[in-house]
Design a protein around this ligand. Structure first.
Ligand code: ZN
Length: 232
């Protein structure tokens, strides 16, 4: 359609890496986040500083990075009952999925992103979904996203595509990708400026970044960073 990309940018490590990936590739990049009643809004709070810092890393990125969008998706908290939208212990459920799984979340996110991209004249949606070392969320699978892309193309009558640069990377490789895209300054920005922790804990700065250090998201991030350092 054109040379623009819309990045699902939550403020976490993965989406920040996706944003850098898009800035290295597309002439015009816009960002989008959803407020769906996450029980901790820390991710959303770190976004403006992250966007400003991204602009500061590279004048070309500053030129390319355009509007940021925030959509209210509080309805998601009304229809689902998960550990991300209410105060509950993170546990594994009988169906093999952790109760941090918000059913249909990525389907909704990408459908709304496609609608916004349509209005903005943007042809590529970029998301940090990954099925390499993930929590088993079915809406992060490549098959799901390929099927959704077909549905969006048919349903919107456009050639909109979904790009998932992290799909086949583990967390260590995601750090490596950041290193390749923006060198040490980008790695440092992602390490200190992004937020991944499920519990919304920000206080301590570990070598792998901020977070409680105990929840599944922190454990994955810490392990990935350690692996990355080992092979860097
Ligand atoms: Zn945590």
């Amino acid at each position: 359609m054109n040379d623009g990309a819309l990045v699902l940018f939550s403020g976490g490590q993965d989406s920040a890496t996706c944003l850098a990936w898009a800035l290295a590739r597309y002439e015009r990049v816009e960002t989008l986040a959803f407020d769906y009643g996450q029980r901790h809004a820390v991710e959303l709070e770190v976004r403006p500083q992250l966007l400003a810092a991204m602009r500061g890393l590279d004048p070309e990125w500053a030129r390319r990075l355009g509007d940021d969008h925030l959509l209210d998706l509080s309805v998601l908290g009304g229809v689902s009952d998960t550990a991300l939208t209410r105060d509950a212990e993170i546990v594994m459920q009988d169906n093999g999925l952790p109760n941090t799984f918000v059913p249909g979340r990525n389907l909704l996110f990408l459908t709304l992103a496609a609608a916004l991209a349509y209005r903005r004249g943007i042809g590529v949606l970029v998301g940090g979904m990954c099925e390499t070392d993930y929590s088993g969320y079915p809406d992060c699978r490549n098959d799901t996203l390929q099927a959704l892309q077909s549905a969006l193309q048919l349903g919107m009558g456009t050639g909109v595509t979904i790009a998932t640069p992290l799909m086949w990377l583990d967390k260590a490789a995601t750090w490596q990708l950041a290193q390749e895209l923006g060198g040490a300054p980008l790695v440092e920005l992602i390490r200190t400026g992004t937020h991944t922790c499920y519990l919304g804990e920000r206080g301590t700065l570990h070598d792998w970044g901020h977070g409680c250090g105990k929840c599944p998201a922190c454990e994955l991030r810490a392990k990935g960073y350690a692996d990355y350092l080992q092979h860097a």
